[in-house]
Design a protein around this ligand. Structure first.
Ligand code: AKG
Ligand code: FE2
Length: 350
């Protein structure tokens, strides 16, 4: 019995929801990965997505970006270009491994770290044209050893250095966006535990590496299906291959617009928790990733949120705008999202 068969032998799980297709062998799009008829070419984008320099950010512009878009580019973020470059090289090194090597590090159904299809696959009948590698907690080295028994140090070092840079940057960004709402560090004690004197509460993070192989029929395929992030906020590295799209409301329905890469920038995506904490002011924007015929695209989402046992809710004392969400334990929200997916937010409306 192979190691993968062994891993799943007692678990009633659909294996193709965890183990992606071997894209290197796929010369045509299998029926299992056909999503839709080609959409008509979209009109050119009229409103560009905000770009915010962290060198000297203006609060009003930041607030506008969070309220009107829920997504924005950041420049002058202080993460060295060389680190971003090495990080992308390591992601490509990982995803370019042959399938029989990648599945040595497959994540088991109850595990957070490892190789596999994106988690939201289970909410859709069709399969996505992507594969991922999730990094949470301390088991990175164990998984990397499975992939490269003698040669994993560089991969691990770069992943750790990137996570360290993201940790600092995410704290800075959270402070900035919360400041723009008038929310103080004391209100968000878990962000800076020293303030509350707590030793255990602190920011939690999760790194998701995504790979979108070149696709024989990109108009019929889906890289990553529409979703909102549960996080407080997400920092997305997307290299220079386009693919990220956000949904913007329009008079007749809504449309998807591309978040075109800007050399050296990172993308910030406000998550469901920002929407809750801001009492609905900040947008948790629906987004997706599309694929293309010529370029392998990689991206990396660094999600941040509070500890699971923390109670969260709208941080507002504005009498004119009473809370629209009830207080909840963060774990409760994550569980609701894992069951009800894009409908989870509505379950907590007052
Ligand atoms: O690949 C992308 O551009 C989007 C990734 C994303 O939304 C996610 O990992 O949650
Ligand atoms: Fe996302």
């Amino acid at each position: 019995m192979s190691s993968v068969t062994q891993l799943f032998k007692n678990i009633p799980v659909n294996r193709d929801r965890i183990i992606p297709l071997d894209f290197s062998n796929a010369k045509t799009l299998p029926e299992s990965h056909v999503w839709s008829k080609p959409e008509p070419e979209p009109e050119p984008m009229i409103r560009p997505i905000p770009v915010i320099s962290l060198f000297n950010p203006e609060q009003a512009i930041l607030q506008h970006a969070c309220e009107e878009w829920g997504v924005f580019h950041i420049t002058d973020h202080g993460v060295p270009h060389s680190l971003l470059h090495n990080f992308e090289c390591q992601m490509k090194k990982l995803f370019s491994l042959p399938m029989h090597r990648k599945i040595l590090a497959v994540r088991s159904p109850d595990e957070s770290t490892g190789y596999g299809a994106v988690r939201i696959s289970m909410f859709y009948d069709k399969l996505m044209w992507s594969e991922g590698f999730s990094v949470m907690g301390s088991s990175l080295r164990r998984h990397a050893t499975l992939l490269w028994p003698d040669d994993h140090a560089e991969f691990c070092n770069v992943m750790e250095e990137y996570q360290k840079a993201m940790k600092g940057l995410s704290r800075r960004l959270i402070s900035m966006v919360m400041d723009s709402l008038g929310i103080t560090h004391e209100d968000l004690g878990w962000l800076v535990p020293e303030i509350t004197g707590s030793r255990t509460e602190s920011i939690q993070s999760f790194l998701q590496l995504n790979s979108y192989p070149v696709c024989p029929d990109p108009h019929l395929a889906m890289g990553l299906a529409p979703h909102t992030d549960s996080s407080l906020l997400t920092i997305l590295y997307q290299g220079n291959v386009p693919g990220l799209e956000i949904q913007v409301p329009e008079e007749e329905g809504s449309r998807w617009i591309g978040v075109e890469p800007i050399e050296g920038s990172l993308v910030v995506i406000m998550g469901d928790l920002s929407h809750i904490i801001s009492n609905g002011r900040f947008k948790s924007t629906m987004h997706r990733a599309v694929v293309n015929k010529t370029h392998h695209r990689v991206s990396a989402a660094y999600f941040t949120g509070p500890p699971k046992n923390l109670q969260v809710g709208p941080l507002t004392d504005d009498k004119d705008h009473p809370p629209i969400y009830r207080r909840l334990i963060w774990e409760e929200y994550l569980a609701a999202k894992a069951t009800h997916f894009n409908k989870a937010l509505t379950l907590f409306r007052c």
